[in-house]
Design a protein. Structure first.
Length: 230
């Protein structure tokens, strides 16, 4: 049955219509067969792990049907939860390799958010390219990471410009959100299934009412934390 104009699926397709073609065109213009992208999810959250993903595309092996399946590919923040879940298996099917790296709350608190983030992105790129044969160019969103033996390029707003980075943002976001929704069953009362650890009025109210859980980062100077005797 054809989709109605107002259906959720039709709305999602309009929201991302053609963005994937633009992102893949950006990567192709770089002139390298193997393009790896990395991005993270959870950098700005109050609770939960930081998750980084690396995605490697082989532009000599990508088939037309795979490119068509990712027509709606875009920065994960531009998609609904349902649209990200639809794109996730398509990325896994089309990529030459996908790697996920996770850093726990205690690591974020002990090492600091910025250092942890850079190390996770570096490890994701290193691992996703370690068996690649041929020239590889690594793309990271916003800023370069420490040298790991591969050429790299920082792309400002990369998750909205590069297919490899956008694909990594989808994988990282879906992986982390699934974890936080499962964590809600073990740590009920904070609403992790709804806000997945980010700062929302409901989350801050839950912290004030219940205190913090083992999943909360204590290195953030959040107003919700400052109101508690920790």
């Amino acid at each position: 049955m054809p989709e109605s104009v107002g259906s959720p699926r039709a709305t999602r397709r309009r929201a991302g219509s053609g963005s994937g073609r633009r992102l893949f065109a950006f990567d192709r213009r770089l002139g390298v067969r193997l393009i790896a992208g990395a991005d993270e999810a959870g950098r700005g959250s109050l609770a939960g792990p930081l998750v980084a993903a690396g995605v490697l595309f082989d532009y000599a092996a990508l088939r037309a049907r795979e490119l068509r399946s990712l027509t709606a590919l875009n920065d994960s923040k531009q998609h609904t939860h349902e649209a990200r879940e639809e794109l996730y298996p398509l990325v896994l099917r089309s990529a030459a390799r996908v790697v996920v790296v996770s850093r726990c709350v205690r690591t974020v608190d002990q090492r600091g958010l910025h250092k942890t983030n850079l190390a996770a992105l570096r490890d994701a790129l290193r691992r996703v390219t370690e068996d690649a044969n041929g020239e590889v160019l690594c793309l990271v969103d916003g800023f370069p990471v420490a040298d790991f033996g591969r050429p790299q390029r920082a792309v400002v707003d990369g998750d909205a410009r590069s297919a490899a980075i956008a694909a990594a943002s989808i994988v990282a976001k879906v992986t982390r959100d699934r974890y936080m929704r499962r964590a809600d069953e073990q740590h009920p009362g904070w609403g992790f299934a709804e806000h997945v650890g980010y700062s929302t009025p409901e989350h801050r109210e839950a912290i004030i009412a219940k205190g913090v859980s083992p999943l909360h980062r204590m290195s953030f100077q959040s107003l919700a934390y400052q109101q508690l005797a920790l």
